[in-house]
Design a binder for this molecule. Structure first.
Ligand code: A3P
Length: 279
């Protein structure tokens, strides 16, 4: 991981002079028609990225482009400057670490929220299965790490608290989506997203995109991101289970109670609404 100063570590990406590139992000320039998708890792960023690309193209068809080509902390500034408009960018970095120019402008920002219990399980699988992390810890030891933010991109709680402060203060152009709502009512969420992106109502298109982005379909399609060699078991895992509530298969009752107590304490001044179903 890369120490960029302050409390957050980023994963390293194979680009020249990565550390200085990341440190320069606050100086990068936004364009009026930029769209930026932001989320804590494992919240469904790849999924929403596909939906947005299809909406912009007006076609319910996947193109073989990987999200990582437009991930702020994973590319050089030169690469970023050369991406054609309208750019669909994405990032897991804190709001306060985004390019200053983005925070000042009214470019469209899509923010995704997911139940942190499911995020922790998804992130555990990400960390243990991706070879590059060289992490073999057990779940019972990982959960405290996740809670303390001792993972790349830091604490879910800090990340979400910061974003919600900005949202509650009335940032004019942040659209909030939850993983759970997209899962439950994809067509309606795609329609809401289209409205935010000023794309005309087209129910056939929205239904087509929802079907094309169904988890099973995305997982079985050949995804250029899913390079088998990168995963320990030889099974690509970026599209793992795609469910709401998988945490119940991982959390013990005691872990769940501990998590709820931490959540209540850390999020007590934050109005974020997450429906936690019972264990
Ligand atoms: P799981 O590990 O719980 O399956 P990100 O893209 O931000 O890294 O998030 C990854 C999570 O989103 C993984 O969760 C992945 O399976 C899930 N995901 C990806 N595509 C999805 C889809 N079309 N429908 C539902 N979940 C999806």
């Amino acid at each position: 991981v890369l120490d960029v100063g302050g409390k957050v570590y980023y994963p390293t990406f194979p680009i020249p002079d990565h550390e200085n590139e990341v440190k320069s992000i606050p100086d990068w320039h936004a364009r009026d028609d930029d769209i930026l998708i932001c989320a804590y890792p494992k919240s469904g960023t790849h999924w929403i990225w596909e939906i947005v690309l299809m909406l912009l193209r007006g076609k319910a068809e996947r193109i073989q482009e990987i999200k990582e080509v437009a991930m702020l902390e994973g590319v050089t500034q030169a690469h970023y400057n050369n991406l054609p408009s309208p750019r669909v960018l994405n990032s897991h970095i804190y709001f306060s670490n985004l390019p200053q120019n983005f925070r000042d402008r009214k470019c469209k920002i899509i923010y995704i929220l997911r139940n942190p219990k499911d995020v922790s399980v998804s992130y555990y699988n990400h960390h243990t299965k991706l070879r590059d992390y060289e992490y073999e810890g057990e779940w019972k030891n990982y959960l405290p790490r996740f809670i303390q933010g001792k993972v790349d991109y830091g604490s879910w709680f800090d990340y979400v608290r910061e974003w919600h402060k900005v949202i509650e203060e009335g940032h004019p152009s942040i659209h909030v989506l939850t993983y759970e709502d997209v899962k439950k009512d994809g067509v309606n969420e795609i329609k809401r997203l289209a409205k935010f992106l000023e794309i005309k109502d087209d129910m056939d298109l929205f239904e087509g995109i929802s079907a094309e982005c169904d988890f099973k379909k995305m997982k079985t399609d050949k995804d250029p991101l899913e390079i088998k060699e990168e995963w320990r078991d030889g099974l690509p895992g970026m599209y793992r289970k795609g469910e709401v509530g998988d945490w119940k298969n991982w959390f013990t009752v005691a872990q769940n109670e501990m998590f709820d107590a931490v959540y209540a304490e850390k999020m007590k001044n934050c109005n974020v609404k997450i429906q936690f179903s019972k264990h």
